[in-house]
Ligand binder design. Sequence first.
Ligand code: CTP
Ligand code: CA
Length: 225
Amino acid sequence: LARGAGGQDLAGRHVVVSAGGTREPLDPVRFLGNRSSGKQGWALAATAAARGARVTLLAANVELPDPAGVDVVRVSTALELREAARKAVADADAVVMAAAVADFRPAEYATGKIKKVDGAEPAPVVLVRNPDILAELSAERAFAGQLVVGFAAETDDVLANGRAKLARKGCDLLVVNEVGDGKAFGRDTNAATIMAADGGETVVAHGPKDVLADAVWDEVAARLG
Ligand code: CTP
Ligand code: CA
């Protein structure tokens, strides 16, 4: 793995990373999901462990082998991720929400498989909002100085959207990716701007996801003091 200048600069720290994408069940065989591969979250967990941190990886529907030396907690839905995150962050120095959390879930779960009915159109699927886990973790920090980091995939005016989202979420850092045209999703490379609530902006050129992960930990380590 590529290393930040700090070597073991996260030794003695506990960091929590969420990865993958939540699935919101509709019935026993169907769900609403998204295309997040989990690779960026995996890279964040592996690089933090290599820098000496104790790492808890909250993995939502990711089919990748567990990174070495990392505690992996598997979850599926946004509500499960929220519960796992609340537990894991109690003593965490930093939490990075790299998971793609479904904004909505079906209002009702059908305990039996939804069947076609002859001659009838299907009933519409009613959705309700999921909690905003990142905003909650930011507002209800386990202790003063706990760092909260979000990710955002944006199109159009990427930087302006990122700034507005950083303010809305109340987190310390927001890693803003430009998406569209096959950028980011499922790929091994990423480019991003790491925006800080204190006004800082660090541009990370297009490259392997470990390089972006190390750049995120550089920003975290600099603020942990
Ligand atoms: N996030 C979260 N809980 C949600 C939705 C998003 O914790 N219910 C987190 C993601 O893990 C990510 C960040 O918030 O770190 C930004 O996600 P994004 O989908 O870009 O933000 P939204 O507020 O959902 O905005 P949008 O309407 O653009 O999807
Ligand atoms: Ca969203």
